[in-house]
Design a protein around this ligand. Structure first.
Ligand SMILES: *Cc1c(COP(=O)(O)O)cnc(C)c1O
Length: 522
């Protein structure tokens, strides 16, 4: 291993920021460059000393491997540093403000982590005898109780493992209810303001998806929706608050119309953070709604997980909820499974997962709910909405805010790319924000707005943090409006410059091999 080249950087990789003077290693201050572990390690090296294995006759026959499998050999500190350097290149809510819209990147109170790590929760196995996991079942049951209470619904299916998985659960419950009454319907209506997972879920479940337009206010076009209802419509999937960051005020009227036409109402509740403690979806006529525990009830979920998407159900859909679930008999918790479902739960559509769902998320969510209390949860919604409106009103004169005229927003502020200089786009602003030390907001979503920029501050950010972000985004936006050419090549200070995003997604370079090695392996 090259002793000067501590991090495995090679001159042909280029430097982190081409405008900055290059260091030999490519490191920028304490932001270290990092190569792939295969580039750093060498096959002959190892971090542990093992005695030579005794010579034994192989029993593998022609399965025996004759070639080195090429695992990189590194010492323990080299290995630890490699992964620690990589982790420093990962932006995280614990490093700074994370304005990603629709994702509710809120702080995760450490109390949740402490509770989730208690051995009685962290070390349980789903096949343990029921008598030995009564405490874990009590957590699931208690959390289920609060989710049903907060949403004003009849029942909850705890097992779905993410929002989109919950959507599938809800749609399968709707189909089971329709099948039970011998009513095969084939269409699900999705408004333009719905989250992209909604039409994807409906299509995945085998339904034809039809679009309902949005009004110029950014809400569901009620008249268009009513006009399309009929005997072929199984239901609607409505995101509320919607992806324009607006509350669907006509929800009650929408639900009544859908029910009158024999359909069911699915509500995408991923944005429950904006209304928790303030609105009960059950009062709005919703039949099924998933709650993203990893959003509203905190927990870290950047990088794809872990998620948890319990689905609350109305009286009409409750009998079709998936199995298994935890029930309480006096002081004893029991598992209702296929064999024990009996006549009360015999109509279940089946299973979403093998076991009970995401235990680690259940403990975090319950810890979050209990530590906030009813007043604290209501304040979560109020502060999240206040913070988003502060951002909307602070930047509406700098960036076009297409729905600013529709009244206050909910938990996220939406801007468009109208008014930028010729040749400048939302992408340039996003890349410019990286140089300012921020993970960009959600871009080009929702699709109803040209060059959308969706900012969700969440309630956990202070006014000082918001002011600093508003200043940074405002400055970058002014540069995009003035046509500052240096913005076109941003980011300048990140470990990587602007990548070809299509190439990076379609042809990622995940494994690097010496050319000789590549030839030898063929
Ligand atoms: C996040 C989100 C989803 C999907 O949830 P996952 O847990 O990522 O599957 C669906 N709808 C909305 C509105 C969301 O914000």
């Amino acid at each position: 291993m090259n002793s000067i080249n501590q991090s495995g950087w090679k001159p042909e990789m280029g430097n982190a920021g081409d405008t900055a003077p290059a260091t030999y290693t490519g490191n920028k201050a304490l932001m270290l460059e990092e190569a792939l572990i295969f580039e750093i390690g060498t096959a002959g090296t190892t971090g542990v000393d093992l005695a030579d294995a005794p010579q034994v006759a192989s029993r593998l026959g022609n399965l025996e491997r004759h070639r080195d499998i090429g695992l990189p050999g590194l010492s323990e500190p080299e290995t630890v540093r490699h992964y620690t350097r990589l982790s420093r290149q990962n932006y995280a809510i614990d490093l700074g403000f994370f304005p990603l819209g629709s994702c509710t990147m809120k702080h995760n109170p450490r109390l949740n982590e402490k509770v989730a790590r208690m051995a009685g929760f962290a070390d349980v196995h789903p096949l343990q005898p029921v008598e030995t996991v009564q405490g874990a079942f009590a957590v699931i049951h208690e959390l289920a109780h609060w989710l049903v209470t907060l949403t004003g619904m009849k029942a909850v299916a705890m097992s779905p493992k993410a929002g989109a998985h919950g959507e599938l659960c809800g749609i399968l419950a709707i189909r089971a209810a329709l099948t039970a009454r011998g009513d095969a319907r084939s269409v699900i209506l999705c408004p333009e303001s719905a989250h992209g997972t909604n039409p994807a879920t409906a299509a995945f479940a085998g339904y034809a998806v039809e679009n309902i337009p949005a009004t110029s206010e950014g809400r569901v076009d009620l008249a268009a929706l009513k006009a399309r209802l009929g005997p072929d419509v199984a239901g609607v999937m409505i995101t509320n608050p919607n992806t324009c960051g607006l509350f669907e005020r006509d929800m009650r009227e929408i639900s009544d119309a859908v029910h009158a036409a024999g359909g069911y109402v699915y509500c995408d509740g991923a944005n429950f953070n904006a209304i928790v403690g303030r609105v009960r979806p059950g009062d709005l006529g919703v039949d099924a709604m998933h709650i993203n525990l990893h959003k509203t009830f905190s927990t870290p979920h950047g990088g794809g997980g872990p998620g948890s998407g319990p689905v609350v159900l109305s009286e009409a859909l409750a009998p079709y909820a998936p199995l298994p679930f935890v029930d309480k008999d006096k002081d004893h918790y029991r598992l209702v499974e296929e064999e024990t479902a009996g006549e009360h739960h015999g109509s279940s559509f089946g299973r979403m997962v093998a076991f009970h769902g995401q235990m680690g998320m259940f403990t975090r969510a319950l810890s979050y709910i209990m530590s906030h209390g009813a007043d604290g949860l209501r304040q979560v919604a109020e502060d999240a909405v206040l913070n988003a409106n502060y951002i909307l009103r602070s930047l509406e004169d700098v960036l076009e805010a297409p729905f600013a005229h529709s009244g206050p927003c909910m938990h996220e502020a939406l801007f468009s790319d109208n008014g930028l200089a010729e040749g400048f786009s939302t992408l340039d602003i996003a890349k410019g924000l990286i140089d300012e030390g921020y993970h960009p907001m959600t871009v080009y979503f929702p699709l109803v707005v040209h060059g959308a920029m969706l900012v969700e501050p969440t309630e956990t950010e202070s006014k000082a943090t918001l002011d600093q972000f508003i200043g940074a985004l405002g400055r970058v936006a002014e540069r995009a409006k003035a046509g500052d050419p240096s913005l076109k090549s941003a980011p300048h200070y990140a470990p990587r410059r602007r990548l070809d995003e299509t190439q990076a997604a379609r042809k990622p370079v995940l494994v690097w091999r010496e050319p000789e090695q590549a030839v030898a392996a063929e």
